[in-house]
Design a protein around this ligand. Structure first.
Ligand code: SF4
Length: 685
């Protein structure tokens, strides 16, 4: 429970940064009195987020002072997965971990695998001291692909690194396409700007298999089949080229390969595309014309659409559209997937790959961890998990859990809460929350690095990740000077130049890049090899890929033979009150979410005798789980939606939607998982 502060002087305000995996990176104000964080609010002076927090972080003190916070090191005393532990001292915990890792490293350090992602987006508590430690050890490397790598790779081929439209000008757009983007849940400040644009007369379009909260509030919703976005983009290009809606001057000066693209899209007439996408050809014709003839036109794409086999090229195709129409001429026009490509983070200084001293350890893909835990050679014998909850979030969850249950696997988990993954740990090391440590956060939805100051002392015996890896390095005899760097020194080294962390932490944030209102690509200057938007990519050709936009259908296509047995396409986008698997344990947020639901169309429900609010079994060859049906036309016919990511142990049957997703195949680009490329069957339970 949150302690009651004594009545003394008024609270002080400590400047912070939201660390969660959300593009918006809000600047926080933590109200502290007598060493207790009373509440967390947003900073009104921070231009892109303007003092508005989402419902999740507005309740951050509930999370920080949650009765289930891990406050002491723990050692497993039950079976793996049972979650029974006894308290041990830090000295014993560090000595135990160091002893096991030293023995494994003496045999072969590649038997040791770090596993981490964006549990914090902080550059300091993320991959700084941790990677220094693993590089020095010579552990296996981790390919961090679980969320964004397919879309980023596709975007990179057409436009270079992700330098999206500045959110601060988005309200000036006249036409906004939310493509695979439920902004109300996943990018709430962009949604606020879109609302301003709407009030000024802008048209909002949602492209999404699901009538999300965002789709519901747009003027129009195009409910295509999952995994067909790449085909829709080809159809839109077809109409733009056919009807000569191109910006010829822009295309001629700032793009590459228009003639090849013309030939490629000629085959993708709206009727063909409509059949692939499960929509009408009129929707395609109408969208193409309005998109191409309205300025500024902004595509807000998000990562949902790239969680299918053809996810990489789908993003590549979509990224061609603003170059064809010259939408990049406007500051408020163009493409917005992410802004992360505009920050120069000094990963060499932060993570010190030089500590490998010439070794080249194997790389394990985090998206295939279920398979790697059973098949990797040499076997993975130790997992050090931090900033991630793979037992809940990794695909093919049953296989992941079976891997973590291996008796010969030594598992260490750095965590704030007893997650599904913690239940499999041999040693649990309690980690601090954002209110308790130093950091700096790189956003992917705006152009400000945001500093984080500790507002309260660490709760219990919790320690920052950095300190835990310093202790491990010391116990393993790593004497390199870099393991003595303070968190402030790490924050200073994070940004390559023009960066004074001491000054920024006082101010709260620092804008990087072009001034607000700059049409960044009005005169080209893309981060591609040619500096142009590349319809034809020689880099793709050199890598053995199709150099032109094309369509890769879902692996589990609703038209495939597999669909005879599993006719429904399941997607599992974020629930509004959760952020990946973070916040699921916050009682008030979980109560708002209710329980694990399956949205199903009335016709699909009726065909299976499924009544609204009844329990159903959802299954495929990989597994099954029990969900409660919500019968409505939010899910289009042929698609079911399991909002996610529930902690398995907080669900009815100890399972979540990842019981059904696959880890044996990856996306066309970026080696990412196929979370939304998943056929299932549903029956009344
Ligand atoms: S999760 Fe996103 S919207 Fe919510 S406080 Fe953090 S950055 Fe802001």
């Amino acid at each position: 429970m949150m302690p009651t502060p004594p009545e003394t002087s008024g609270p002080t305000i400590v400047k912070g940064a939201c660390p969660h995996d959300c593009p918006d990176t809000c600047a926080l104000e933590v109200h502290v009195k007598d060493g207790v964080a009373l509440k967390v609010t947003g900073s009104a002076q921070h231009a892109p987020t303007a003092g508005v927090l989402c419902t999740k972080v507005a309740r951050y003190t509930e999370r920080t002072y949650h009765p289930d916070r891990l406050l002491h090191p723990l050692r497993r005393i039950g079976r793996k997965g049972e979650g029974r532990f006894e308290r041990i001292s830090w000295e014993e915990a560090i000595a135990t971990v160091a002893g096991r890792l030293s023995a494994l490293a003496a045999e072969d350090p590649e038997q040791i695998l770090p596993y981490s992602y964006a549990g914090t987006m902080g550059l300091v508590q993320g991959e700084s001291m941790a990677q220094r430690f693993f590089h020095r050890l010579g552990a296996s490397l981790l390919d961090r692909t679980i969320c964004a790598s397919a879309g980023a790779a596709g975007h990179k081929i057409t436009l270079g690194p992700s330098v999206g439209v500045d959110i601060e000008t988005a309200d000036e757009a006249r036409f906004i396409v939310f493509w695979g983007c439920n902004a109300i849940t996943s990018s709430v400040h962009f949604w606020a700007r879109a609302q301003q644009a709407k009030r000024r007369g802008a048209t909002l379009i949602a492209i999404d298999p699901y009538r999300s909260l965002t789709a519901e509030k747009c003027h129009e919703h195009i409910a295509l089949l999952p995994g067909t976005d790449g085909a829709l983009a080809l159809g839109l290009m077809h109409v733009i080229v056919r009807d000569d809606l191109l910006d010829h001057e822009y295309v001629q000066r700032h793009t590459l390969g228009i003639d090849e693209l013309r030939r490629r899209v000629a085959d993708w007439d709206p009727k063909r595309v409509a059949a692939v996408c499960g929509i009408s050809h009129r929707e395609i014709e109408s969208l193409a014309r309005r998109y191409a003839t309205t300025r500024p036109a902004l595509i807000r794409a998000n990562y949902g659409l790239q969680r299918v086999r053809g996810g990489g090229v789908a993003m590549r195709n979509i990224a061609c559209l603003p170059a064809l129409t010259g939408a990049f001429r406007d500051a408020a026009g163009g493409m917005f997937l992410s802004t992360s490509g505009s920050f120069t983070i000094d990963n060499a200084a932060l993570c010190r790959p030089d500590l490998l001293h010439g070794r080249s350890p194997r790389t394990v893909n985090m998206s295939s961890i279920g398979r790697a835990l059973s098949d990797a050679v040499p076997p993975i014998r130790a997992m050090i998990v931090y900033n991630s909850n793979p037992v809940a979030v990794a695909p093919d969850s049953g296989r992941v859990a079976a891997g973590f249950a291996r008796e010969d696997l030594f598992t260490v988990v750095l965590e704030q809460f007893p997650t599904d993954t913690v239940d499999y740990a041999d040693i649990v090391l309690p980690a601090t929350t954002q209110l308790e440590h130093v950091d700096v956060v790189r956003p992917y939805g705006h152009y400000y690095l945001v500093a984080n100051n500790p507002a309260i002392r660490p709760l219990g015996e919790a320690k920052p990740n950095t300190e835990i890896f310093r202790l491990l390095a010391g116990a393993m005899g790593f004497t390199d000077d870099c393991f003595g760097d303070s968190d402030e020194a790490l924050a200073q080294s994070a940004v390559a130049k023009d960066w004074d962390f001491a000054a920024v932490r006082t101010q709260g944030w620092k804008r990087i890049g072009a001034p607000v209102g700059t049409a960044r690509f009005a005169a080209g200057g893309f981060g591609t090899p040619s500096g142009k938007a590349e319809f034809y990519s020689t880099a793709a050709a050199a890598a053995g890929l199709d150099p032109l936009p094309h369509y890769v259908p879902p692996l589990e296509d609703t038209r495939s033979e597999l669909a005879q047995r599993y006719p429904l396409a399941m997607i599992s986008p974020p629930a509004r009150n959760f952020l990946n698997s973070s916040f699921v344990n916050v009682t008030s947020l979980r109560a708002s979410e209710g329980e694990p639901w399956l949205d199903i169309h009335p016709q699909d429900a009726a065909a299976r005798g499924v009544a609204d609010e009844s329990y159903v079994r959802v299954f495929n060859d990989r597994g099954s789980l029990r969900l409660r049906a919500r019968v409505s036309d939010r899910a289009r016919r042929g698609v079911v939606v399991a909002l996610s990511v529930w902690w398995k142990k907080l669900a009815h049957d100890g399972k979540n939607a990842n019981e059904l997703t696959r880890c044996d195949e990856l996306t066309d680009l970026g080696r990412a998982p196929l979370f939304y490329d998943c056929l299932v069957q549903v029956e009344a339970a």
